[in-house]
Design a protein. Sequence first.
Length: 318
Amino acid sequence: MRILVPDAQSFHGGVETVTTKIIQAWTNHPKVKITWVLPPHRSGKFRTKFKGNSTVEFESFQWSRTHPRSLLLSILKRTHSAFAHAWEFKCNEAKLRKIARKRSCSHCFYFWPIKEPVPNLNIPIFCLICDLAWQHVPESYPNDDPNDLDDMIREWVSRSRKVFTISNHTRSEVLGMLPKMSKKIQTVLLAASNQQVATTQALPLDESLPFFLYPSAPNPQKNHLVLFQAVSELLDRGLKFRLVLTGANTKQLLGDTPMARQLPEQARRLYQERKDQLADTIVAADQVPENALADLFRKCIAVLMPSQYEGFGLAVAE
């Protein structure tokens, strides 16, 4: 089996963790080969992570600079038009077909199909749906019409050989849109390795006080605002503790620069208004190495999950 993994929207966060862990698990199967297709700016990280692993091959969505597709795309991108996006999708689809033939891929798996058109590849396509966040917190996708995203999910489910969801709850949400597709949609519960990772790395805080942990990027549905309000209330009661935030861009929540999305910006503004009170208590560490995160999980009083919505919540599994 040769699995093609298109990852055009590759980004930091829980989806990256899930993608990496599943691909690592696939590499343990002697009859599986993986071709992971990434944007050029992201491939270096994963090439390093999988260095020496002959089961994983890497490819790029990028055509050569002199290829007619690249030349036209570079011109269209200056217009920031819908046609430019449509042409980029066409270029990516053509590149995937070329890679699939070159690598003799037998299956295609999308870990993040949201905002991606279903490609025509002449091989079975599978996908993973993590959540339908836009239905609950529309600001999660501020530039997209929720109805368009719903239609995209319908197309993926209709055209995929099999669709996987990370929880029974997410499956029920998808089936609410497509009640006749129950045989095609299967739950594979989100999980995490139970391996205990030793670390000698210093944690990103003074451990003299007990601390809570919230491992989540500041996306709108993650609800950092209510957490900051709770911290302020507990400090007013005279309690001494710390709150550690991990995840990409969490330092922006404590920064001076306004954030683009309204809900995280409300949390940032509250922090600035009460900075004298909160600065010594809230610690933002951004992304931390896996071994340091494991240590934070072990040593914290509790992991907090104030999210307004989760498909499952990777931190619960971790």
